[in-house]
Design a protein around this ligand. Structure first.
Ligand code: ASP
Length: 438
């Protein structure tokens, strides 16, 4: 028998109807043996995610405000779903424990994690699968970093005793303690990926409410084409630049074990979705690009100095200053006598004048200038390195759309061309690039 790890996101665990679909999917393939679940998400647009209500409960608890009613909303939701599904879970008892722990002053992560915990209890009972707690096999260090190898071994050990199990996503414990620690938001995707790695799964299925990745953001481009296959590397570039669906950190565990990730739609289970794997198999494909993604709100600081190219350690000094400001750089495109640094406005945190002053003082440039309100757009695809003239095509697409190109950079891997445009040109630039290549 093979092994498929299937992770169901909040929308797939939101209510009775969705959980019935989940069961149909699980039962359709006996290889779907390890099921990871998120906390119930929104049932309709104005609804609240259980995790958000739990964070609110914690804020109330922290400020010594009453939270009983909020907790009751959650308890009622789980209880009525269980009754309607005919799943036997003693939620009254579960909530007594949670209330007791909260009264004794538990941590924020503990409270937040209860959404996944209760969701897994419910779905395990409904499927007739074992419940296995992530707290017993996913470990973090005191700084909150995942202990990858210890976790991998512990999952292998624990799941060897369970042929079929439901595991709550999103959390584990600090090693050697009982303290619950969560991943960042959306982190159930990571749990799924590490379970897939540890069990040596044939595939990691990530069931959500979209049929995989699209070539561009559908809020910007009308009806973008779906991406059937994408490599881990391409996806990493696109997610870093803002394409969401899968948590950025969920790629790494599956990638090191060479396990394909398949993004699927719980509402349209026959759609093949997107397969993410090491390499495109489709060598015949004529697609030049795989996808386009981007982010707004960057600042580009251009530093010019005559004979800069001959001065040793100039770039190191620039980076040293950024380090002093605890500021990451996104890119450093350079010319002969100039270097530009691209930093996000979030990282700058209102300190642009201070940073410019430090550059002036410590680098003594001939000239320094900055462009605020810039966007970065990544055009990603393995097909690019097999073709000539892709950058030229991209630049003319932008020029034809009357968009001023402020920066262009291509990494040596040749799977990504990044352009910088003004924020106001962000959406038209993405549309122009899409129309040129899709
Ligand atoms: N429930 C958590 C969140 O809303 C984790 C997850 O769904 O992956 O962020």
């Amino acid at each position: 028998m093979g092994i498929k790890v299937a992770k169901f996101g909040g929308s797939s665990a939101a209510d009775v109807i969705q959980i019935r679909k989940l069961r149909e999917i699980v039962e359709a393939d006996p290889d779907r043996r390890y099921i990871i679940v998120s906390a119930p998400g929104k049932r309709f647009e104005e609804d609240n995610k259980i995790t958000d209500i739990l964070y609110l409960c914690y804020t109330h608890m922290e400020h010594k405000l009453p939270y009983d009613q909020l907790l009751q909303v959650i308890q009622d939701r789980f209880t009525s779903t269980a009754v309607n599904l005919g799943a036997d879970v003693d939620f009254a008892k579960e909530f007594d424990v949670i209330k007791q722990n909260m009264a004794e002053g538990c941590t924020k992560d503990y409270v937040a994690s209860r959404g996944e915990y209760l969701s897994a209890k419910l779905i395990a009972a409904y499927l007739g699968y074992d419940f296995v707690d992530g707290a017993d096999m996913i470990f973090f260090d005191e700084k909150g970093r995942l202990l990858e190898e210890e976790t991998n071994e512990a999952i292998k050990r624990e799941l060897a005793n369970h042929e079929r199990a439901v595991i709550p996503g999103f959390y584990g414990t600090v090693a050697g303690t009982d303290n619950i620690k969560t991943f960042s938001r959306g982190g159930s995707d990571i749990t799924g990926s590490i379970v897939a790695r540890a069990t040596g799964a044939d595939v990691y299925e990530n069931w959500t409410d979209v049929s995989g990745f699209l070539m561009a953001d559908p809020h910007i481009v009308d009806n973008p084409k779906p991406i059937h296959e994408i490599s881990y590397k391409e996806l990493r570039e696109l997610s870093y630049m803002g394409a969401s669906v899968l948590h950025e950190d969920a790629i790494h565990p599956a990638r090191i074990a060479n396990i394909p990730i398949n993004i699927r739609n719980t509402n349209f289970p026959d759609d093949p979705g997107t397969i993410i794997k090491a390499h495109h198999e489709d060598k015949e494909s004529n697609d030049i690009i795989t996808g386009i993604a981007g982010k707004k709100d960057f600042t580009v600081i251009g530093i010019y100095k005559n004979m800069m190219a001959r001065e040793k350690g100039y770039a190191r000094r620039i980076l040293g200053i950024l380090d002093d400001f605890d500021c990451n750089f996104e890119h450093i495109p350079s010319g002969i006598d100039n270097v530009s640094v691209v930093v996000s406005n979030k990282d700058l945190d209102g300190r642009l004048d201070e940073l410019m002053e430090a550059f002036e003082k410590r680098l003594e440039p001939d000239h320094i200038e900055c462009f605020e309100n810039m966007s970065l757009i990544a055009t990603v695809g393995y097909g690019m390195n097999r073709r000539k003239g892709v950058a030229a095509q991209l630049i003319s697409a932008l020029a034809n759309a009357n968009i001023n190109l402020r920066m262009i950079e291509q990494g040596s891997s040749e799977i990504n061309i990044i352009v910088g445009v003004e924020n106001k040109d962000f959406e038209p630039a993405i549309r122009a690039i899409y129309d040129a290549f899709a």
